[in-house]
Design a protein around this ligand. Sequence first.
Ligand SMILES: Cc1cc2nc3c(=O)[nH]c(=O)nc-3n(C[C@H](O)[C@H](O)[C@H](O)COP(=O)(O)O)c2cc1C
Ligand code: SF4
Length: 665
Amino acid sequence: MLAPLDLGWTTLKNRVLMGSMHTNLEEIPGGFERAAVYFAERAKGQVGLIVTGGISPNSEGCVAAMAAKLNTEEEVAHHKLITSAVHAEGGKICMQILHTGRYGYHPKIVAPSAIQAPINFFKPKELSHEEIEKTIDDYVKCALLAQKAGYDGVEIMGSEGYLINQFIATRTNQRQDEWGGSYENRIKFPIQIVNDTRKACGDNFIIIYRLSMLDLVEGGSTWSEVVQLAKAIEKVGATLINTGIGWHEARIPTIATVVPRKAFAWVTKKLKSEVNIPLIAVNRINMPDVAEEVLADGCADMISMARPFLADADLVLKTIEGRVDEINTCIACNQACLDHTFQLKISSCLVNPRACHETELNYLPTQAPKNIAVVGSGPAGLAYAHIAAMRGHKVDLYEAATQLGGQFNMAKIIPGKEEYAETIRYYQRMMVKYNVNVLLNTTANKDLLNDKYDEIILANGVVPRKLKIDGIDHPKVLSYIDVLQRKVEVGRSVAIIGAGGIGFDVAEFLVHHTNQEEEIKTFLATWGVDYEYATAGALKEAVVQKPAREVYLLKRSTGKHGATLGKTTGWIHKASLVANNVQMISDVEYQKIDDAGLHIVVKGESRILPVDHIVICAGQEPSRVLYSELLEEGLNPILIGGADEAAELDAKRAINQACHLAATV
Ligand SMILES: Cc1cc2nc3c(=O)[nH]c(=O)nc-3n(C[C@H](O)[C@H](O)[C@H](O)COP(=O)(O)O)c2cc1C
Ligand code: SF4
């Protein structure tokens, strides 16, 4: 049983679990050995309970062909590597059992009814009655094998639109037999799984049930159905109920950075008085103070943090030791975690490239300290300076601006990207902690850098690409830097030239009103989530404020806008701009700019966009002037980040490159 509830930093260990994340480590040769080290580091970092990524109870339920499953004795040995490593650090770990149903990416998928998911090109086969009973047995067998492998318990995945959810909702269950029809029939499948698992595994085994408290799809559960299921799950022996928010096919963001912190804790709170077993709140609870607020508000008994443990394995330890300002915060970008998982690559973390790479990227103390100059304090420069100094090198960090952070200072003011400020805060703290000599307002030049250093690292970023078009010097033309730094007053109608990541960000910045109050309720209303939960699936018509400006987002290339944005977040940025009436035009030839506005030709037809301003977001080029000067001096500078490769501004690549280089200098 859990420790009695007691709020306060030091008790967070007992109140925080590391949420389930499929990282693809389980699918690669040697992956279990790597996963063991990855989980053990988190256990050492004092997280109370860990849940593994989803493991299928049979081959039909796998995420992809040959993906991780546990239904044979031979597979137990792999899992023992994980459990013994976690137990050696004094941690506890549950294995998640996840059957994908119609979400699996392979031809053998099954579901209660043969209805294809809108996000999958495979169509499932309908399970027969006998196959349903066998599937339940497979869950139980899987739990028994997990117990044999040394897990402290299992989490039965009943949310996010996977097989169990598919049985529960009429959207996906149109059976006429005893597993379909009435709600009682549709929830028999999860109830029997939990019931039989408890009987088979005995009392001294944690069973977490991840319950879909908010489906966010048409034909989802009503609130009274959610309550009925929770009570039934409690009755048949679950130890804890975890929260699931939104099916994968839902068109409402549930974990991306546009989702305010603790945006869904209210749903768990709604269930709190209905059951007696502890409840776990989830999603976008990324810092200890947010976790404390959720607990203090009585929303839940425990907090699940998933991605925050990719960003920082020591989150709980740092909290216990009063070092909250040293936590490397998850910024909910999804760029190196969920995007990788869906691309079948090993997950990691944009702000912590060691995540899931603990056996191959290590920051060991140097035996030969060097004098190092780092020029530029964007993500690449900061990451390099941090790791090099932590390893014992003497680092001078040159920054021409008045503050650290480079392009992240612009990212953090884009609506929905405020979390980027946390990364700057983290690095500021690391500069102090590891005695990096920070030289603000200092433009590095060959005289400053000559002769003094063993290594010169140029992380001085990019310069916006110059566009060749008649009228480019017209006063209507603005640079995105001046716009985002609020150095200019932008008019009511704007054309943005260039629809890459920066063009999208600038459009988002320009259509939003400032000072939105009631952040969570505004977010829910904007995306059409029914906070009153009066409808099935908790959906209602979205309420979008009139955009602050009329915006055109233009690009030269053909094809849809947003194709280069993140796999799991691109659709959110696009949907937001569509809701704000941003007009997206492709295949544009730019003719000239004058008092009348921007003259363009689209598919052979001439148009004038009578806009107040034109913002240029037409890409950027590496900043190389200093590099050339240093080469001429016979020095050997190393380029990193945007100064090395500027195609798209890519913080993931920049930090990853910086950390790898600093690990070996
Ligand atoms: C890379 C990745 C993989 C995930 N895999 C699973 C999974 O296998 N099972 C599951 O229940 N949830 C999975 N999730 C969802 C997380 O458990 C969690 O609900 C989500 O990340 C939001 O919580 P957070 O804001 O604390 O990260 C995954 C999330 C990520 C980022
Ligand atoms: S990649 Fe982004 S979302 Fe994923 S864990 Fe790291 S910071 Fe969080």
